[in-house]
Design a protein around this ligand. Structure first.
Ligand SMILES: Nc1ncnc2c1ncn2[C@@H]1O[C@H](COP(=O)(O)OS(=O)(=O)O)[C@@H](OP(=O)(O)O)[C@H]1O
Length: 391
């Protein structure tokens, strides 16, 4: 009996204790769940990237601006990590000085004094949550060339279109990384909604023998963009870039000619070979229809970026959203830049490796190279049905 009394006293008090424990536990669970919903659920019920972008635009407080820029909705649409090596060419930069940048290729190299914010840009874009919705898909459109043609400008400009998602770095899949397989390649791509186009740019594809065949095996419907530029200027730009990394290389003239007095151009030198556009184009035309290839004029891209981007949008079947309103001419840089969005304090010019002052080349050498390229250019104009007026 005594035992029962004791036990009847003990049992109810332990019951009370466990009920209190269950109550507190349930309460804390509910509270945690509530916090979780407040913090994260708003994102999942608003799967509209554009809505998110608007959230960035209306902020006024500079501190919160900085925070918001790191949020997925406020990033530019880069997704993959930039490796600052030779091939991962740079993105956007902030101009800081009032130096007037002379674009003439006859000036000696000057520093444009542009502090690169590429790392910042790509760090923002490097967020794998940049777009949580949709799937990683193989690209439907590629900027395949040409090196130093203006490929970075085209990619950075077209990717401001809400229906375009692009990889920031150059994947080099169809030339250097093909053995890694299509799944590897797909893994590099940003997530896209069904309505969005996936893009990447690797300028060396245009001169890679195997690239057209490999791209066609991925999809015969791939849309191809080639940014072409006067081949002589392009060669000098290419050389200027190499010289900036390897100051001890021979002079441009030495590399460009096998025998200068006889006018024998060295077509085995890449800087020369890349500019023989018709030769490379013929290889592409074995696998793709001409109508699948769009040629952007590297020259007009500088003088009329909105016009060139208008044609790129048409080619990609996109609504013309990128217009004159998105660009301004930055006198310091000497190039068109993207107007900064209201929400951002960062002007969006390309990095300082874009728009370098070229090495000064003798006018006679330039004339000799013009003569060399003329027949190739003429054939190229005939093939694509457009005179780029490089002669
Ligand atoms: N808006 C704007 N800003 C800066 N630069 C511009 C722009 N539009 C076109 N360009 C030209 O792009 C040239 C570099 O070409 P790419 O981006 O194709 O170079 S790379 O192959 O990726 O290294 C680069 O060549 P260089 O002037 O010789 O440096 C520029 O002339």
């Amino acid at each position: 009996m005594a035992y029962r009394v004791i036990s009847s006293r003990i049992v109810p008090s332990s019951n009370k204790l466990s009920r209190r424990f269950i109550f507190i536990f349930t309460l804390s669970l509910s509270f945690t769940y509530l916090c979780y919903c407040v913090l994260f659920c708003s994102g999942t019920i608003m799967p509209n990237q554009r809505f998110g972008e608007n959230r960035c635009i209306h902020t006024k407080n500079p501190g919160s601006k900085r925070l918001l820029q790191k949020s997925p909705f406020c990033t530019l649409s880069a997704d993959t990590k930039v490796s600052l090596d030779e091939t991962a060419d740079v993105g956007l930069s902030r101009q800081e000085t009032s130096l007037t940048h002379n674009q003439s290729e006859h000036l000696a190299i000057q520093s444009v004094h542009a502090r690169s914010i590429d790392t910042v840009h790509y760090k923002l874009g490097n967020n794998s949550n940049a777009q949580k919705y949709g799937n990683k898909k193989l690209p439907n459109a590629l900027i395949v060339g040409v090196k130093k043609g203006g490929t970075r400008a085209v990619l950075e400009f077209i990717r401001i279109h809400p229906d375009v998602r692009a990889v920031g770095t150059e994947p080099h899949f169809f030339d250097r990384n093909y053995d890694k397989g299509l799944d590897w390649y797909r893994g590099l791509m940003p997530r896209t909604l069904d309505s969005q186009i996936t893009m990447e740019k690797t300028p060396s594809y245009f001169v890679t023998q195997e690239a057209p065949h490999r791209i066609a095996s991925m999809s015969r419907e791939t849309k191809l963009i080639v940014v072409v530029r006067n081949p002589v200027t392009r060669a000098i730009s290419d050389y200027t870039q190499t010289l900036s990394k390897k100051p001890d290389i021979p002079s441009f003239e030495e590399l460009a000619f096998k025998n200068r007095s006889q006018g024998m151009v060295d077509t085995s030198w890449n800087a020369i070979r890349i500019g023989m556009y018709i030769v490379h184009l013929e290889n592409w035309l074995q696998y793709f229809r001409l109508s699948q290839i769009h040629f952007v004029s590297g020259e007009r891209l500088i003088t009329d970026p909105a016009g060139e981007l208008g044609r790129v949008q048409d080619f990609l079947g996109l609504k013309r959203i990128i217009t004159d309103k998105h660009f301004y001419f930055n006198r310091t840089k000497g190039f068109p830049c993207l107007k900064k969005p209201e929400s951002s304090s960062l002007p969006r010019c390309l990095g300082k490796s874009k728009g370098r002052t070229h090495v000064q080349i003798d006018q006679d050498v330039i004339e000799q190279l013009r003569d060399f390229y003329r027949p190739f250019n003429v054939k190229f104009y005939e093939m694509v049905g457009h005179d780029f007026r490089w002669d």
